[in-house]
Design a protein around this ligand. Structure first.
Ligand code: ZN
Length: 412
């Protein structure tokens, strides 16, 4: 999508600002890029990409593009692999983020009358504080619980008649199950759930929706770019509206970095148009999605992107076809007798790719029948013939952390 005049003016301004950070000074110098090279909106492609790895190397405050006196807060991404990324915010950044968050909540139909229970964590992580600022800006009542203590969460939900739940999908499911188990469904007033931070399948969505009888909205964001709240889905739709007065989105081929055709899936690349503390130019999110060109029937004027369908690192190419975890989630979700737990293994045998899809079966379905059914559906929906193996419930390894879905043995 082409950059408009307003966005382009912001870009030029941010290029100048970014040049004040150690990080971009070095990056521009190393890549031979000069901000003056950007003369038209199309020239954005001349700007070198920034990656998470680059940002880590700027630890602790290499990204800062304003004097210390203007920084009011920092946030940090989790440092599970290597150094964390630290993002400094100015007062204006904090305000802008709360505006985006409030806009998200408005898009989800939340009003001043609502009571919003916030269960994501507070602290270095952006989620809790971001939700809080958006709820307050909108004028709803924030119930700042933070994570955990399910007993107390449910009690507050009942006593305060909370109408909106902000949570990760796994925590929303856990709360839904506990409410069901205690027979408290009639005592809660929840109407909406704002769900963020993980990719989640349709089966999980359906379960939360049914158990709590609420509407769900996907909220998206990342610490490097403010935090959650840079886009949200609207009523009854899966696509998310994003705020193009603050952010410019590009979709690129994650291997070549070249722009993809309009509407094609690729890696989301974000340029911040107003961020002061740590402006980011062409930041590679590693998230896979596509931009939607048609306007939304809800009437919201902001453009949309599709659901995040996976991470670029999780994608694999088998027999020349790109396979994303979300496709397999989607396929298994549509088949009765198959659960959403699966693992794929890819090998290279006699010069050819071979793939086996292992999944857990549900109910009393017969092993052979479900295996051949899944095989047929895989061929018709994803386009390649794979072997299938149905396991009993619990037959696949569970992980506390990130479940390994793809085992690729084709190295070298
Ligand atoms: Zn819409």
């Amino acid at each position: 999508m082409r950059m408009n005049e307003m966005q382009f003016a912001c870009l030029k301004d941010r290029l100048k600002a970014a040049s004040n950070s150690k990080f971009y000074k070095k990056k521009f110098k190393e890549s031979g890029f000069c901000p003056e090279d950007v003369r038209t909106p199309e020239d954005i492609v001349k700007i070198p990409f920034s990656s998470k790895e680059d940002l880590r190397n700027a630890y602790p405050l290499g990204l800062q593009a304003v004097p210390d006196s203007e920084v009011v807060r920092i946030h940090s991404s989790s440092g599970t692999t290597g150094l964390p990324v630290i993002i400094p915010y100015t007062a204006q950044d904090v305000t802008d983020w709360s505006i985006m968050m409030a806009r998200c909540f408005e898009t989800a139909g939340i009003t001043k009358e609502d009571r919003f229970q916030i269960t994501p964590g507070y602290g270095l992580w952006t989620a809790g504080i971001g939700f809080q600022a958006g709820v307050e800006r909108l004028g709803a009542m924030a119930v700042p619980m933070g994570p955990g203590n399910t007993e107390k969460q449910i009690q507050m939900m009942v006593d305060l008649k909370t109408t909106v739940l902000g949570a990760t999908s796994s925590y929303a499911l856990l709360l839904a199950e506990q409410i069901q188990k205690r027979g408290l469904k009639d005592k809660i007033s929840l109407k909406k759930g704002i769900i963020g931070s993980e990719r989640w399948g349709d089966k999980m969505r359906q379960r939360i929706q049914e158990e709590l009888d609420i509407s769900l909205y996907d909220i998206y964001g990342l610490t490097e770019i403010y935090g959650p709240g840079i886009s949200i889905s609207c009523e009854g739709k899966k696509e998310l509206h994003y705020w193009d007065d603050y952010l410019f989105f590009e979709i690129v081929d994650f291997q070549t970095g070249e722009p993809v055709k309009d509407g094609e899936v690729g890696e989301l690349v974000i340029t911040t148009l107003k961020k002061q503390g740590a402006p980011l130019l062409r930041y590679r999110t590693r998230d896979l999605t596509r931009l939607i060109t048609e306007p939304c029937s809800c009437g919201c004027k902001y453009p949309r992107h599709d659901r995040i369908i996976g991470r670029a690192d999780d994608m694999c190419k088998v027999k020349g076809v790109n396979i994303y975890p979300a496709q397999i989630d989607g396929l298994l979700s549509s088949i009765d007798g198959a659960s959403s737990e699966y693992q794929i293994q890819v090998d290279h045998v006699n010069g050819k790719d071979e793939m086996i899809l292992r999944f857990e079966k549900e109910g009393s379905v017969e092993k052979q029948n479900i295996e051949s059914h899944v095989q047929k559906m895989f061929k018709s929906k994803i386009g390649i013939l794979v072997q299938t193996e149905a396991l009993e419930k619990g037959g696949l390894p569970r992980s506390e952390k990130k479940t390994v879905r793809i085992i690729d043995n084709r190295m070298d």
